[in-house]
Design a protein around this ligand. Structure first.
Ligand code: GAL
Length: 708
């Protein structure tokens, strides 16, 4: 395709970004490239364009691009340049949030885990080792964009770039070192001279000319740092993310559209939906306790399909805002009260007039009079009159049909085979011993979710009459995230934390015999934290206390014992998830296939269902683990974690504090797991499941997402 690129200046004034000499009202949407496949990108971007967007916004994911120091990766889902070119080919702009700290419910907030182990490093503060690494990566990205001529001034689509992410609140907490760091980030950003404006979101002291931008459910009251800067909204949350153990959040489109209209009527000129397409946290890319689905209740659902009526209602809104653009960019609004909780914002220029009539009452609809005519305003809504007369759109009047997508089973059948993962023994190759309990990530470096803690509990014959006459109580405190406790090869129990608190305690009576008892703790990480003050210092794994209570000789403190450790599972070492690795072991077939047992690998082959509908695995009968299809990790599954929370309230209308509604309480937080069609061949696809906890694979099915 021929791309007609024109080099244009990007600047701004108090009203708007100015591209090629023209003030613009820009509607933008976040699509994070690694959260879908390159095969999906053109369709997602096309739908975003048809939905009325001008800009695609994405973060840059450092830990995806630099998996080990100096080793860069820009292929496949991490092909940033290709993604930007897809957007360019569609004729849209790009807002590039380089960060490189990104938050984003992404593993470790986007920072590489190896970075934590650079001597003397402290993240996101006035710390030399951190600043050196951050500057190097930021420069690398900017240079790459320049080399590919991707900035607007070079004829490319990038009109904005962001440094850091929501550092303002952090700065308040950490004080002067934070202040120095934020000043420094601003300086290095400006020094990279991209030719397009830099933004910093939630950064009230962002130095001029860097623009401070707003993130939130509502941003109508937001003001940038300088009167010479436009009002920009980098994250208008279209819903929210799903956490394991949490219900499904959604944000009604009436509320979302209302927030957009209020922002625009107050002079806002750049608004980005976070997310427009949320997608999937494939592999082990999600932040701590974040679900594999990152659907976000976005206008394009996880699978890239239109979510209706959200998508089309917003599309209508966008069209009408565009009709108002000439008036919006040339006049400041005149505001008048039409009633107690009703206002008119009128943009009147020599050649155009646009009016926004709003009803802030969250409960009552009302009729207002404007320029001698009556207008009916539903509760919590804005009517838009691009000619100051005719209502083209009201944010709460939905004229497009809802479409309910279903997950429909296909005829695909599996024939499962199983393989028992072994509990390691302290003599195994790769096992090592240490005094006391060790932190998990310092050992695994996050190359695997799994870390074994092994100890022998020796009960002498004098101890056999246990103190209380009942089984002794084993208490293990873990810093996170989940733990399976095995005693003499049997699963004694499982405990886990939650996003709100990843720490938990396993406390249960266990059966011991006289002699040596084998204690094996499988500690599993479920993503690393992505937000919070110095989140890089938060621990994972069993750090104690660990005690055994109820033996004759008193309570045993096991945390000082010599423990044996093993990184990862045997199945991982054998690469059982790959086509070659999976044929390196004997699998059990037929009626002997393991069911409802912990630590089982399953494999099966399947043919791809015909058609174009997106596909998913229904994992509802399974417990917790990971799934691979043709060697691609489709993510962590954890349907056994049921959604806790209160689904009965929906705070639409701003009545409650949380600006979202919840559903699915009591059900699996995530039941379906996206399998991109581009990862499949017509016949003989290999699916491998590692089930840590116990599940029934006969309940797994391939479903298609459809409204039929
Ligand atoms: C914001 C953050 C985003 C994302 C969002 C919640 O505070 O900037 O990266 O984490 O919250 O989805």
């Amino acid at each position: 395709m021929l791309i007609c690129s024109t080099k244009a200046e990007v600047s701004y004034d108090h009203k708007a970004l100015i591209i090629n000499g023209q003030r613009r009202i820009l509607l933008s949407g976040s699509i994070h490239y690694p959260r879908s496949t390159p095969e999906m990108w053109p369709d997602l971007v096309k739908k975003a364009k048809e939905g009325g967007l001008d800009v695609i916004q994405t973060y840059v994911f450092w830990n995806g691009h630099e998996p080990s120091p100096g080793q860069y990766y820009f292929e496949d889902r991490y092909d940033l340049v290709k993604f930007i070119k897809v957007v360019q080919q569609a004729g849209l702009y790009v807002s590039l949030r380089i960060g490189p700290y990104v938050c984003a419910e992404w593993n470790f907030g986007g920072l590489p885990v190896w970075l934590k182990y650079v001597p003397g490093i402290v993240f996101r503060t006035d710390n030399e080792p951190f600043k050196i690494a951050m500057q190097k990566f930021t420069k690398k990205i900017v240079d790459m964009m320049k080399q590919e001529k991707l900035f607007e001034t070079q004829g490319g689509p990038i009109i904005l770039s962001q440094i850091e992410n929501e550092f303002g609140p952090m700065e308040w907490e950490i004080g002067s070192a934070g202040k120095a760091y934020s000043k420094w980030t601003a300086q290095i950003a400006l020094g990279l001279s991209t030719g397009v404006p830099w933004i910093m979101c939630k950064q009230e002291d962002a130095p001029y000319p860097i623009i401070n931008t707003c993130n939130g459910f509502y941003c109508e009251g937001f003001k940038p740092n300088s009167v010479n800067q436009p009002q920009m909204w980098t994250e208008n949350w279209t819903g929210w993310f799903t956490e394991f153990g949490g219900p499904l959040p959604n944000r009604p489109v009436e509320d979302l559209a209302y927030s957009v209209a209020r922002f625009i009527q107050n002079g806002g000129s750049f608004m980005n939906y976070y997310m427009y397409h949320g997608g999937t946290n494939f592999d082990r890319t999600s932040g701590v306790f974040v679900g594999t689905s990152y659907d976000y209740d976005a206008p394009l659902d996880e699978y890239g399909l239109l979510r209706e009526p959200k998508y089309s209602h917003l599309k209508e809104l966008h069209k009408v805002i565009k009709l108002c653009e000439p008036a919006l960019v040339s006049a400041d609004p005149t505001i008048t009260w039409l009633g107690d909780k009703q206002e008119a914002h009128v943009f009147n220029s020599k050649t155009s007039c646009a009016a926004f009539l709003s009803n802030y009452d969250p409960i009552y609809a009302t009729r207002v009079m404007f320029r001698g005519f009556p207008y009916d305003l539903p509760a919590w809504s804005v009517s838009i009159l691009p000619d100051c007369k005719t209502e083209y759109h009201n944010t709460a009047k939905i004229r497009v049909p809802s479409i309910f997508m279903k997950m429909v089973p296909t005829r695909t059948r599996f024939s499962w085979e199983s393989y028992h993962e072994e509990i390691p023994s302290s003599y195994d190759v790769g096992t090592f011993a240490k005094d006391g309990l060790v932190e998990q990530i310092s050992m695994t470096r996050d190359k695997t979710d799994y870390f074994w803690y092994l100890a022998d509990i020796t009960i002498s014959s004098d101890e056999k009459f246990l103190k209380t006459g009942v089984d002794p109580l084993l208490t293990i405190c873990s810093a996170g995230h989940a733990l399976h406790v095995f005693v003499n090869g049997q699963l004694a129990g499982t405990s886990y934390g939650a996003l709100s608190n990843s720490k938990f305690t396993f406390s249960q009576k266990i059966k011991l015999r006289v002699g040596i008892n084998k204690l094996a703790l499988l500690s599993t990480a479920v993503g690393l934290p992505n937000a919070g003050v110095h989140y890089e210092t938060w621990n994972t794994g069993v750090l104690g206390p660990a005690t055994l209570y109820g033996v004759n000789s008193g309570t045993w403190d096991m945390s000082k014992w010599k423990w044996s450790y093993k990184i990862g599972t045997k199945g991982e070492a054998l690469s059982l998830h790959t086509v070659t690795g999976s044929s390196s072991v004997e699998w059990i077939k037929g009626s002997f296939v393991a069911k409802k047992q912990p630590l089982i690998w399953y494999k099966s082959y399947f043919d791809t269902p015909v058609g174009n509908e997106p596909l998913a695995l229904d994992m509802n009968t399974m417990g917790k683990g990971q799934v691979w299809v043709n060697g691609h990790n489709i993510g962590r599954h954890w349907p056994a974690y049921k959604a806790r929370g209160n689904c009965s309230r929906c705070n639409y209308g701003g009545i409650y504090n949380e600006k979202k509604c919840l559903s699915n309480c009591g059900q699996a937080s995530q039941r379906w797991y996206h399998v991109p069609r581009s990862w499949l061949k017509p016949y003989g696809n290999l699916v491998v499941v590692f089930e840590e906890w116990g599940g029934d694979p006969s309940g797994i099915s391939i479903v298609e997402r459809t409204n039929k």
